[in-house]
Design a protein around this ligand. Structure first.
Ligand code: PLP
Length: 422
C-alpha cells in the first residue's frame, strides 16, 4: 500500500465482500442458509474436499461469517480468524486443538468462572491436567512447564481480581520452553492491545463483550497469529504433515479442518452481521467507555463507604505501570470496588437507578454485579477464596453514559446503603 497504512476503523470499513451484490448493497448481506447449490458434480467435489474456496455447508463456512472473520484478520494482521458461537466455544476449541489426554495447561487460578470449570472439570474428565501458577511471576510459570505442557493460558486483566501479567516476560519463558502462549484478551480490544507484539501466539476474544456493541448476541473469536513453531507439538506436527501445510499453519489446519467441523459451534450469520457492525464503532465506543471508567474510578476513590477501588488506570494500583505500558492510560472499562460487607453491597445494588443489575461486560449500558454470589455463586467457598474472590466486591462495567451521571447514581446508592455511623 502507498503511504501510511490505514488505521483500525478504516481497515474494517474498507473490507470488500467477496462477490458483488446484485443490488449493490453497502453492507454485507445476511446469508441465512444451511446449504449451497453447485453447477456440477465436479465443482461439488472440489468444494467438499477443500480444493476450492466455495462454501459447502454453513456449519463449516458462511459468506456473512467469513466477511466478519476477514475484517478481523485484516485489522489484526493474523494468519487466521475463526468465529464461534460464544467465547466459551472459542476457549474449548483452543484446548481441544492443542491438548490430548496426558497433556497439561499451565494457567492461573484467576480465571473466568466457566473457563475454570472447563479446565478443572470438563477437560479433566478427558485426562487434561490444569496447573496453577502465579502469572505475575514468570519463574513460577517456568517451573510448572514440562514436556507435556500444551499451552500457557491467561487472561490479560483477570476478572474480578484485576491482575495484570507482564506479557513480554511470560512470552520469553514460553519461547524458551517451546510452549505456545494463549491469551484471553476480552477485556482490552485488539485495536488497543496488539497481542502479537507482546508475544501472544493465539488470542481468544469473547466478542459478546466490547465487539458486539449493544450486547445483541453471543460470540467468540479464535485468532492464530502464525507465530508459533508447531514442530514443538507432536500432535500438531503430525497435523501439519497430514494436511500438507507449513508448520506455522498446523494449528489453523487442525482447527478448521477437524475440530471446528466436528464440534459444530460456528457463529451464526445473524450474529456475525451484528458483531461486524459492532466492529465498525468499536474504536469510538471503547475510547469513550475507557475514559469514563478512569473518571469513575477516580471519583469512587474519594467516596465515603468505598473501602477499595481496583482499576489499573489509577496510579495507586499495584499493576499501574505494566497495565499502562500494555493497554494505555485508561486500561479498559471494567473496575471493581469493595464495600464493608455483602449486605452493604446488596443494599447498594438495590438502590441503583441508572446502572443496571446484570452480568456481561461492555454493553452500552453500565452494569453492576456482585461476583461472589453470582458468577462464582455455585463454587465452594474455599474455592472462591482461593481464587481471591471477596464477598465485599462489586464489579462495574462502564458503558456509554456520562461519567457525571454514573457518579451521581453511585453516590446516591452509597449514601443510602451505608448511612453515616453514630
Ligand atoms: C464473557 C467472557 C468469556 C466467555 O465468553 P461468552 O461469550 O460468554 O461465552 C470468557 N472470558 C472472559 C474474560 C469473559 O469476560
Amino acid at each position: 500500500m502507498d503511504g501510511k497504512p490505514w488505521g483500525f476503523t478504516a481497515t474494517v470499513l474498507a473490507e470488500p465482500c467477496d462477490k458483488s451484490d446484485p443490488h449493490g448493497a453497502l453492507s454485507v448481506p445476511v446469508y441465512q442458509n444451511a446449504a449451497y447449490e453447485f453447477s456440477t458434480a465436479e465443482a461439488m467435489e472440489l468444494a467438499f474436499t477443500g480444493r476450492s474456496a466455495d462454501h459447502a455447508y454453513s456449519r463449516i463456512t458462511n459468506p456473512t461469517v467469513e466477511h466478519f472473520e476477514r475484517r478481523v484478520r485484516r485489522a489484526t494482521g493474523a494468519l487466521s480468524v475463526t468465529a464461534l458461537n460464544s467465547g466459551m466455544a472459542a476457549i474449548t476449541h483452543l484446548f481441544l486443538t492443542l491438548g490430548r489426554a496426558g497433556a497439561n495447561v499451565v494457567t492461573s487460578p484467576h480465571l473466568f468462572g466457566n473457563t475454570y470449570s472447563l479446565l478443572r472439570s470438563t477437560l479433566a474428565d478427558f485426562g487434561v491436567e490444569t496447573r496453577f501458577a502465579d502469572m505475575t511471576d514468570p519463574g513460577s510459570v517456568a517451573a510448572l512447564i514440562d514436556k507435556d505442557t500444551c499451552a500457557v493460558f491467561l487472561e490479560i486483566i483477570t476478572n474480578p481480581q484485576m491482575e495484570v501479567a507482564d506479557l513480554a516476560a511470560l512470552s520469553a519463558v514460553c519461547r524458551e520452553r517451546g510452549v505456545p502462549l494463549a491469551a484471553d484478551t476480552t477485556i482490552i480490544p485488539f485495536h488497543v492491545f496488539r497481542a502479537r507484539d507482546f508475544g501472544v501466539d493465539i488470542e481468544i476474544v469473547s466478542s459478546t463483550k466490547y465487539l458486539s456493541g449493544g450486547a445483541t448476541g453471543i460470540g467468540g473469536l479464535l485468532i492464530d497469529y502464525g507465530t508459533f513453531d508447531w514442530g514443538h507439538s507432536s500432535k500438531l506436527a503430525a497435523a501439519a504433515k497430514a494436511y500438507g501445510v507449513d508448520m506455522r499453519e498446523a494449528f489453523t489446519a487442525k482447527l478448521r479442518r477437524e475440530i471446528h467441523r466436528n464440534l459444530g459451534a460456528y457463529m451464526t450469520p445473524q450474529v456475525a452481521y451484528q458483531q461486524s457492525l459492532g466492529l465498525e464503532t468499536l474504536e469510538v465506543r471503547y475510547a469513550r467507555a475507557s475514559r469514563t471508567a478512569l473518571e469513575v474510578a477516580r471519583g469512587l476513590a474519594g467516596m465515603r463507604g468505598v473501602e477499595r477501588v481496583t482499576y489499573p488506570g489509577l496510579p495507586s494500583d499495584r499493576f499501574h505501570e505494566i497495565a499502562v505500558r500494555q493497554f494505555g492510560a485508561a486500561p479498559g472499562a471494567m473496575l471493581t470496588f469493595d464495600l464493608s460487607s455483602q449486605q452493604v453491597c446488596y443494599a447498594f445494588m438495590n438502590r441503583l437507578r441508572l446502572i443496571r443489575r446484570a452480568t456481561n461486560l461492555f454493553d452500552n449500558k453500565s452494569l453492576a454485579i456482585h461476583p461472589w454470589s453470582t458468577i462464582f455463586g455455585t463454587f465452594p467457598e474455599a474455592v472462591r477464596l482461593s481464587m481471591d474472590i471477596s464477598p465485599c466486591t462489586i464489579r462495574l462495567s462502564v458503558g456509554l453514559e456520562d461519567a457525571e451521571d454514573l457518579l451521581a447514581d453511585i453516590g446516591q446508592a452509597l449514601s443510602a446503603a451505608s448511612p453515616e455511623r453514630g
